[in-house]
Design a protein around this ligand. Structure first.
Ligand SMILES: *[C@@H]1O[C@H](CO)[C@@H](O)[C@H](O)[C@H]1NC(C)=O
Ligand SMILES: *[C@@H]1O[C@H](CO)[C@@H](O)[C@H](O)[C@H]1NC(C)=O
Ligand SMILES: *[C@@H]1O[C@H](CO)[C@@H](O)[C@H](O)[C@H]1NC(C)=O
Ligand SMILES: *[C@@H]1O[C@H](CO)[C@@H](O)[C@H](O)[C@H]1NC(C)=O
Ligand SMILES: *[C@@H]1O[C@H](CO)[C@@H](O)[C@H](O)[C@H]1NC(C)=O
Ligand SMILES: *[C@@H]1O[C@H](CO)[C@@H](O)[C@H](O)[C@H]1NC(C)=O
Ligand SMILES: *[C@@H]1O[C@H](CO)[C@@H](O)[C@H](O)[C@H]1NC(C)=O
Ligand SMILES: CC(=O)N[C@H]1CO[C@H](CO)[C@@H](O)[C@@H]1O
Length: 822
């Protein structure tokens, strides 16, 4: 090859034209890399591949430039498993990496700087990217350098993390420089996770393997089939097994030994996880997306240091979220994990005693923090609060009862570290945070005086949490199990109970009782004949209303003892009777106190009729918009939660999730006891068998339609969340989303007006003249505004909505719903 400067010039002049798009070239079976070889992002070859093609070593895209590393080929976003000099800035496409004539692996940047990639005492004679993911340099047949010896955030199959070595998490999925957490294989034999920049003392640790070598060194080892274990280095015996291992596909390993590639990564969220990547032998050189096999922690909020100082971690919409403690503001609103700082200055302290006229104590429940307190004493809750208030050193106090039921008060200086909110904790704690009273009195009028979050619309921070899907899965599991396990137990209990009853009662007979016992009725659908229904409705005489599917008539059964509502379906697409019956059975299987129950149906010739229980108190639309007097506030809150629960049931608890597609006050009916029940669910399928969206004219109602209906994006359960959000805002204000007869032009579109009031901290304007709990009002408004975000992914799930409305999870401040477009 010519001298390097000439070759650089050559590339500079010619290659931008030839290689506009930089794609790592896959060169297979190029096992040995000889001296005087080089790669560059601009050259045809920007990486060296392993014989199998699964791993590549070379330049990969990062930020606006390139870094040198090793990655798994084939995943959507190449999974980087090693990075050279990870904290150096990315280089430009003019950089060249070479194994030069002197046997050194050198990076030459655009400005002619040279950087040693592999620091070796001897010079190399060749190099190789091995199938294990290890990049090695040889001096003849001796390995003189290997990337496996210098792990970054990942170890691969057959790799070891020796005593004294550490893994450091990456900043994010797309930025592989050193992040915020490290995993240390300690000399004492314990494998421990800590946040960085701490003393690595026991209070900083948030996970450990609980292995102790008693003078012997241990190491962490991942074998090729997914066994992750702590090994005794001197005896090579296993001390503790972290993952099951043995390979997920041991059955098929006979004919195909390499079923999957494993990697254990300290992810950017601070959780150490083991992943497997399926290997597709037919499509050689491609691996599949990661599947998580094991993780060190389940609750991402238990990762100490996930949230910075003076902020606490809480799960919001199934993601960890950092909120400031009262009396503090985010250091940087766009990077909430950086923590918060007090936003007031201390008053003069005389003899260690605070002038209490300046301060107040803000109370929070179920808060935990990790730092060691400076004072611990037995005192009552009130004493605890006052003791901290008067003490200049005290920033916060934690009150709890110890194992023996004694009152215990712990006082803490600021800043607070490792704070989280934990509802699953068996001991309930009460925290008192010292806040400045000086600015508290300014808004007596309506909104809250000390909001814990900001009002500026947050921009989506760029920090992408590693394997979001996996995280969501963890959180869903945790939340579902902790909170809904009882509910589902109860539901399955009821089912079993009902199935038992079924055996004894004649199928299809409908119990004539109504009201509370109505919920206990059989879940058996009765098939009616057309004549029967004609008689029950007295020839379809009394029309109750007209819905998007057809008219609804009032009727009676059981010799006048049971009122029913008969819906005569029109505009039906042609559908066989069998499909119709299957659909009816699916709807009939639903059983929830906030859903209108289907009692039976009729499918004769082309006639399709549905029989529902009769709802005596009309619809929510009547209640909200037509009554002279507004239903009182508590009633509205209850209705809002009821409706959310009903939709959540459709989305999460049915065998196959049901998207309603048309949530609106007209479809929410009130029974004898003013319980809100959702109607018309499950019918969309009858008009739209393949769940496509070719029926825009038919489904949904203007005003409640999520913006994605107008775009070419798929409709998901989040469309219902949007509609619910609008309904929620309507419930709050007892008016329609669109109302022309208002005094002020700003108020025409309710959702816009509510956001304006929210941003201006003037929520009292929404409920003038009403006795309304301010906290609940703010909560409802926030949930409503989250639900109507343009961006479906920003909207919470209905499960989160229920949890937020019930006050079980915290609510971050919503951004402007339509910040992106329009
Ligand atoms: C190379 O390694 C030696 C010892 O192994 C060390 O003293 C030296 O600082 C290293 N050089 C670089 C550039 O990392
Ligand atoms: C490596 O190669 C150098 C010559 O380049 C030689 O002097 C040295 O002995 C070799 N070392 C090993 C371990 O083979
Ligand atoms: C580790 O191995 C050494 C040497 O075989 C043995 O003496 C020691 O008991 C082992 N330690 C543990 C904790 O297994
Ligand atoms: C990995 O460990 C498991 C469990 O001990 C074992 O069954 C499997 O054979 C090991 N795999 C390899 C490649 O050594
Ligand atoms: C507290 O501060 C107020 C206002 O500066 C002052 O009037 C009062 O005397 C102070 N109280 C004590 C106990 O120092
Ligand atoms: C508080 O409300 C009253 C009327 O309700 C109004 O006159 C007053 O200006 C409001 N004060 C503030 C600070 O908003
Ligand atoms: C400090 O922050 C709180 C909310 O965290 C806010 O209510 C208060 O007005 C702020 N005070 C100052 C002086 O900015
Ligand atoms: C009464 C009082 O202390 N007001 C303060 C409220 O906060 C602002 C902004 O920090 C201060 O300038 C005021 O003095």
């Amino acid at each position: 090859m010519a001298s390097n400067s000439t070759s650089t010039l050559f590339f500079l002049l010619l290659l931008p034209v030839l290689f506009v798009c930089v794609t790592p070239q896959q060169q297979k079976h190029s096992t040995q890399i000889n001296l005087d070889s080089s790669i560059s992002p601009r050259s045809p070859r920007s990486s060296w591949s392993s014989p199998s093609g699964y791993f590549q070593f070379g330049f990969y895209h990062e930020g606006s430039g390139f870094k040198i590393g090793i990655w798994l080929v084939g995943t959507e976003q190449n999974t980087v498993v090693w990075t050279a000099n990870r904290d150096d800035p990315p280089v430009t496409s003019n950089a060249i990496l070479s194994l030069d004539q002197n046997g050194r692996l050198l990076l030459r940047t655009e400005h002619g700087q040279k950087k040693i990639i592999a620091n070796t005492t001897y010079s190399a004679t060749s190099a190789s990217m091995l199938d294990s993911g290890n990049f090695v340099l040889y001096n003849r047949s001796h390995i003189i350098w290997e990337s496996f010896k210098y792990p970054t955030d990942t170890i691969l199959g057959d790799q070891v993390l020796s005593a004294g070595q550490e893994l450091f998490s990456s900043q994010s999925d797309t930025d592989h420089s050193t992040g915020r957490f490290h995993l240390k294989m300690q000399l004492d034999g314990n494998l421990v996770l800590y946040p960085i920049n701490t003393d690595d003392s026991s209070i900083d640790a948030y996970w450990d393997s609980e292995t102790f070598g008693n003078g012997f060194k241990f190491h962490l080892y991942l074998n090729r089939t997914g066994l992750l274990a702590i090994m005794n280095t001197s005896s090579s015996e296993m001390v503790s097994r972290l993952s099951l291992g043995g390979g997920g596909g041991s059955s098929s390993s006979e004919n195909n030994q390499k079923v999957a590639l494993y990697r254990a990564t300290l992810d950017s969220d601070g959780i150490f996880r083991l992943y497997s990547h399926g290997v597709d032998d037919k499509n050689n050189g491609k691996v599949k997306e990661a599947v998580m096999v094991w993780k060190a922690l389940k609750n991402p909020c238990e990762v100490q240091g996930f949230c910075g100082i003076n902020s606490f971690c809480t799960i919001f919409d199934e993601q960890p979220n950092c909120l400031c403690i009262p009396g503090s503001d985010y250091v940087d609103f766009n990077q909430k994990t950086l923590g918060c700082l007090r936003n007031y200055t201390d008053e003069v302290c005389v003899d260690g005693k605070e002038n209490t006229t300046f301060y107040g104590m803000e109370k929070m429940d179920n808060i935990l923090w990790g730092d060691i307190d400076y004072m611990e004493a037995s005192m009552s809750m009130e004493e605890c609060k006052n003791s901290c208030l008067e003490d200049c050193n005290c920033g916060a106090a934690l009150f709890a009862q110890d194992d023996y039921g004694r009152d215990l008060c712990k006082k803490q200086k600021l800043p607070l570290r490792y704070v989280r909110r934990d509802f699953g904790n068996s001991i309930s704690t009460t925290a008192f945070i010292k806040v400045s009273k000086m600015n508290e009195t300014k808004s007596i009028n309506g909104t809250n005086s000390v909001p814990t979050t900001e009002l500026v619309p947050p921009r989506r921070t760029q920090q992408v949490i590693t394997s979001k899907k996996v995280l969501i899965q963890i959180l869903v599991t945790v939340i579902v199990f902790v909170i809904f396990s009882f509910v589902s137990l109860a539901i399955s209990g009821i089912y079993i109970f009902k199935i038992r009853i079924l055996r004894y009662k004649r199928l299809g007979e409908i119990n004539g009782q109504m009201g509370l016992t109505g919920d206990e009725e059989l879940i058996a659908l009765r098939v009616f004949s057309y004549n029967e229904l004609k008689k029950a409705t007295d020839g379809f005489k009394e029309e109750l209303g007209k819905g998007s599917f057809g008219a609804v008539y009032k009727g009676v059964l059981n010799r006048g003892r049971k009122l029913i509502a008969v819906k005569r379906l029109e505009k039906l697409i042609e559908e066989g009777e069998r499909e119709f019956r299957a659909e009816m059975r699916a709807i009939g299987r639903t059983n929830h106190k906030n859903l209108v129950r289907l009692m039976g149906y009729c499918a004769e010739d082309s006639k399709r009729l549905l029989v529902y229980e009769y709802m005596s108190n009309g619809s929510l639309a009547d209640l909200l918009f037509k009554q002279a007097r507004r239903p009182d506030w508590d009633e509205r809150v209850r209705i809002a939660i009821d409706v959310a629960k009903g939709i959540n049931y459709l989305h999460e608890e049915c065998k196959t999730p049901i998207i309603h597609y048309d949530v609106k006050p007209q479809n929410i009916l009130m029974d004898d006891f003013w319980t809100a029940k959702i109607s018309d669910f499950g019918l969309a399928k009858l008009l739209m068998p393949d769940q496509t969206r070719t029926f825009t004219g038919i489904r949904g109602t203007r005003g409640y339609l999520a913006p994605e209906w107008h775009k070419n994006t798929p409709i998901s359960v989040k469309a219902d969340v949007y509609s619910y959000g609008i309904v929620l805002l309507e419930i709050i204000c007892c008016r329609r989303n669109l109302e022309m007869h208002v005094s002020n032009i700003d108020e025409i579109v309710l959702s816009n007006w509510i956001y304006k009031c929210f941003a201006g901290r003037e929520l009292y304007k929404l409920v003038v003249g009403e006795d309304v709990d301010k906290k609940t009002l703010e909560k409802m408004v926030k949930v409503g505004l989250w639900c109507i975000q343009d961006e479906p992914v920003l909207r919470p799930s209905m499960k989160s909505v229920v949890l937020m409305l019930e006050g079980i999870t915290d609510i971050a401040s919503p951004p402007c719903p339509t910040s992106t477009s329009m």
